[in-house]
Design a binder for this molecule. Structure first.
Ligand code: NAD
Ligand code: WQD
Length: 360
């Protein structure tokens, strides 16, 4: 019986595959490699000493995805696959809604057809919108403010309706706060395309000399030092949270949402200082205007995950920075290799938003 991991080649998916394989799960990965490289999965195999099946299939390709279900005995699904860049979602809302929602529809239809009703879904703290009411608990109002966040909000609602229609489903919605860090081996980590949108990859690319200087978006927030505060969580802790969520869907029916964060907030300036200490490198920065849509402060109430999943984040800010730095300095250009011979080729891998819009 296997765990199907959609988007398993991506940042959080690859770290979760390591944890799943380490505890003996059989893993099947589906990814279209739109935002990832096969090399990440080769390294998952190197880290764990285990092999697993990988399909190069787009979730929108129902026939291709059905092959995955028919060729494997899938018991549960962890659904990471999706597009995740906020700014891009504002520019290409139809693309985001189509990819994230239709991908989930196709997946859930096939799960239903094959009698697979255990699902762990990657949601996001972004569903809470720009609230400054912290700590944020799971029953805070849901009010996403951009198309990306709305895809998560809508999928959460669809999954709740799915359960209402059939109480055989067991679904866990994991609302991640700000995942950062990398596996301690330095072999896998976050590999953004182009100039990073998120703080941590930006800082680490300044430290390694790929980017010149960090723009700090706003210095006049009502926070400890005027810069934005977030709940950064180590990606390995996050990956371990998925194992707990998977246990939960085995034992409990229904739809349950959990925040995965540390419950602590760090400012942008604190992150810069922590990264400088971990790397021994200077991170140049300049203050610029606030970024549209940013909340001043955001951190999680993590008591529900602790009480119901038995999960708490173990790694602190120093480890997050040290592990990010090890990954960044060992892989200044991210994953450069690809391994076409290892995968099933079912579907052409899309290469850009423009391609998608023209061909569809
Ligand atoms: P990622 O982009 O590294 O991984 C997502 C993977 O899904 C990629 O490998 C991509 O190629 C694949 N994918 C996308 N659309 C697909 C499709 N139609 N068919 C098949 N594969 C497809 O992102 P990540 O950071 O690992 O995030 C994983 C999930 O967690 C996403 O759903 C994301 O929205 C969510 N999330 C991420 C963050 C974060 O800050 N990284 C925070 C909250 C939630
Ligand atoms: C963190 C802090 C910025 C970059 C985003 C998504 C969210 C979720 C996680 C997926 C903020 C500041 C950033 C920079 C800066 N993703 N910053 N200079 O915005 O909290 O959350 O990623 O679900 O949906 O919105 O994360 O890393 O972009 O920003 O000053 O170059 O760093 O203003 O205070 P954010 P982030």
């Amino acid at each position: 019986m296997a765990v199907l991991v959609t988007g398993g080649a991506g940042y959080i998916g690859s770290h979760t595959c390591v944890e799943l394989l380490n505890v003996g799960h059989e893993v099947v990965v589906v990814d279209n490699f739109f935002n990832s490289k096969l090399e990440s999965l080769k390294r998952v195999s190197d880290i764990t000493g285990k092999t697993f099946k990988t399909y190069n299939v787009d979730l929108l390709n129902q026939e291709g995805l059905e092959r995955v279900f028919s060729e494997n005995t899938i018991e549960s699904v962890i659904h990471f696959a999706g597009l995740k860049a906020v700014g891009e979602s504002v520019s290409f809302p139809l693309w985001y809604y189509h990819n994230n929602l239709t991908g989930t529809f196709v997946l859930c239809e096939l799960m239903k057809k094959y009698g697979v009703k255990k699902l762990v879904f990657s949601s996001s703290a972004t569903v809470y919108g720009s609230t400054d009411q912290v700590p944020i608990s799971e029953d805070a109002p849901i009010a996403a403010v951009n198309p990306y966040g709305k895809t998560k909000q809508i999928i959460e609602e669809i999954l709740r309706d799915l359960y209402i229609s059939d109480e055989g489903w067991s679904i866990t919605l994991l609302r991640y706060f700000n995942p950062i860090g990398a596996h301690e081996s330095g072999l896998i980590g976050e590999d953004p395309n182009g100039i990073p949108n998120n703080l941590m990859p930006y800082i680490s690319q300044v430290a390694v000399g790929k980017l010149q200087s960090l723009n700090i978006f706003g210095s006049d927030y009502s926070t400890k030092d005027g810069t934005g505060v977030r709940d950064y969580i180590h990606v390995v802790d996050l990956a371990k949270g998925h194992l707990k969520a998977l246990e939960k869907v085995q034992s409990l029916k229904g739809v349950n949402a959990y925040n995965l964060g540390t419950g602590k907030g760090y400012s942008v300036l604190e992150m810069v200082k922590a990264f400088e200490a971990a790397s021994g490198k200077k991170v140049s920065y300049a203050f610029t205007d606030r970024r549209l849509g940013d909340a001043a402060i955001c951190f999680a109430d993590v008591s529900k995950a602790k009480n119901e999943l038995g999960w708490v984040a173990a790694k602190g800010i120093n480890e997050m920075c040290q592990d990010t730095w090890r990954w960044q300095k060992n892989n200044p250009d991210g994953y450069v290799k690809n391994h076409d011979n290892l995968i099933e080729h079912d579907f052409p891998v899309r290469t850009s938003a423009a391609d998608f819009l023209v061909s569809n």
